[in-house]
Design a protein around this ligand. Sequence first.
Ligand code: AMP
Length: 307
Amino acid sequence: MSVLVVGSVALDTVKTPFEEHADLLGGSASYAAVGSSFFSPVNMVGVVGDDFPEAHVEFFKARNINLDGLQTVPGKTFRWSGEYMLDMNVRETRSVALNVFEHFNPALPASYAETPFALLANIGPNLQNHVLDQMKRPKFIVADTMDLWINIALDELKRLLKRVDMLILNDSEARHLTKQTSLVKAGQQIQAMGPRFVAVKKGEHGCLLFGENGDFFSCCAYPLEDVHDPTGAGDTFAGGFAGYLAATNRGAVTFADLRKAVVFGSVLASYNVEQFSLERMRTLTKADIQERYEGFKLFSHFEVIED
Ligand code: AMP
């Protein structure tokens, strides 16, 4: 089954304590679509300017991503620049230039309207709502968000939450949205705002998944020695998550499916941070994914105590 992915397509400039690279392929939709493409066909929705390198378009095509919904308009592509501190969990945004994103009106090609899974990657909740308005109710809708929208578009975000099956956000965003210090209370409070499922990401400390009737799952993060560029880890997680779910789902989505999807999302994210931009995704294989999935199983397993 296919996944519709909407979000930003960007040219990023990223600085870490060790390296700096300019005009890299980035954006929430780029990471999410490529992450999903390892499992499922993807219908991508986004906008780029006429300066967007053809090589990036070719990369999306090579990953079998349908680009009928990727608009190219006169002007410059969205640009974002960020700097990571020595503690790579800490990032400062240096600049944002909306450019063609400013007047982006995601219009869905007719062929996308019945896509069974939807991943509303990080963009304004007004645009996420607008995409949903144009779809026949997908079987499962996952949305991602960020601090910015909690600050400047809370009402629109709350409207979105009533329409989605699942929200993915990071720990600080969950606390910010609910004003709770406890992530357990925050997860439950977000569920009360609409989504049946909530995933709270904790960076290098893994992810918490909240389900119905007290269902709960905790996934560790892969113990990586070297993180080169954390940009897009969350988007790649969401992409791997939604792609796996769409690939395996014939009937209703179960909590067991979601648990596996969280692990596959974590596997994809762990690979993505090994190189800048989406470079690691170019060489990643199904066998690599499977191998690290087994690693997660091994690291998280413990024996039952016998009397
Ligand atoms: P993450 O590291 O998961 O937070 O995602 C970083 C990516 O999000 C970068 O590639 C940026 O281009 C993109 N991004 C940054 N700010 C925004 C924004 N306000 N809306 C949409 N995408 C953004």
